[in-house]
Ligand binder design. Structure first.
Ligand code: PT1
Length: 272
């Protein structure tokens, strides 16, 4: 059976999102301080999260920029405490210096929405033993939703991910360390996101685990006509179950307890 970051992929894994940011779109911004981030992470672990994904720079459409020093200041103490307590910690960053600081603090997964395309990122990854999430994004977080354009979104995303796997292999990173993510909501219209989700089978070609982040995203809001992200749980569960039914190995979610319950029922039916 395949593994990712030492975790067996014999069932879909749940990655819980912990934003160490003051402007998180889904927690109202109240939970910024260290203690609050930790409390949310511990709750997710109790609720059955397999991985905790910690981010200090929001990459959702239009979010504010933060300095690398500030990103490290927000994330590293949280990574360090959770890793010390035995959690599998993922660092959600585009910046090599943040990756290195998080690895030094015990993170075991590098989750990069720019697929290690930034300065020094491939070098940090290749010098580590960390597992890696390569995600597709069209453009940059600040402007990516202005006018996303594709002739064939699922195909172009696949071609990009293949090119980034090749870039990893060229610096000596073993494919066995890599998971792929089509980057739902990153430079994509709702229609593009739906087309990509419909064709998740395409991404199984490479034989690498697939990670999907759909939780509370705006395409769900558009489909379901729900402008409040906190009220998008039902749609988020529907999209997560669709993804795992198409073979996704890991789902990145805000609502861990609810997702774990949904996956237990899905798995029970599957194995009946
Ligand atoms: C993701 C992801 C991520 N998403 C990975 N990392 C975010 N690997 C952060 C919206 O449309 O899917 N995969 N890290 C959060 N980004 C977004 C993007 C949040 C779009 C919201 C939207 O509302």
């Amino acid at each position: 059976m395949n593994t990712f970051a030492g975790l067996s992929l014999n069932r879909p894994l749940v990655m819980g999102v912990v934003n160490a940011t003051p402007d998180s779109f889904s927690d109202g911004g109240e939970a910024y301080r260290f203690d609050d981030a930790l409390a949310r992470a511990y709750r997710m672990l109790e609720d059955g999260a397999d991985i905790i994904d910690i981010g200090g720079e929001s990459t959702r459409p239009g979010a504010a920029l933060v300095s690398i020093e500030e990103e490290i200041r927000r994330t590293v103490p949280v990574v360090e405490r959770l890793a010390r307590d035995g959690a599998k910690v993922s660092i959600d960053t585009r910046h090599a210096d943040v990756m290195q600081a998080a690895l030094d603090a015990g993170a075991v997964i590098l989750n990069d929405v720019s697929a290690l395309s930034g300065p020094g990122a491939l070098a940090v990854a290749s010098c580590s033993n960390a597992a890696i999430v390569l995600m597709h994004m069209q453009g940059e977080p600040g402007t990516m939703q202005a006018n996303p354009t594709y002739a064939d979104a699922p195909g172009e995303v696949l071609a990009y991910l293949k090119s980034r796997v090749a870039a990893c292999e060229a610096v000596g990173i073993d494919r066995a360390r890599i998971a792929l993510d089509p980057g739902i909501g990153f430079g994509k219209t709702a229609a593009h996101n739906l087309q990509i989700l419909k064709r998740l089978d395409l991404y199984q070609d490479l034989g690498l685990p697939l990670l999907l982040g759909v939780s509370r995203k705006s395409f769900i809001g558009q489909v379901a006509e729900q402008s409040d992200p906190q009220r998008r749980l039902p749609g988020s569960l529907a999209a997560a179950l669709w993804a795992v039914e198409q073979g996704a190995a890991i789902v990145r979610v805000h609502d861990v307890a609810e997702t774990v319950q949904a996956l237990k029922v899905w798995a029970a039916i599957k194995s009946a």
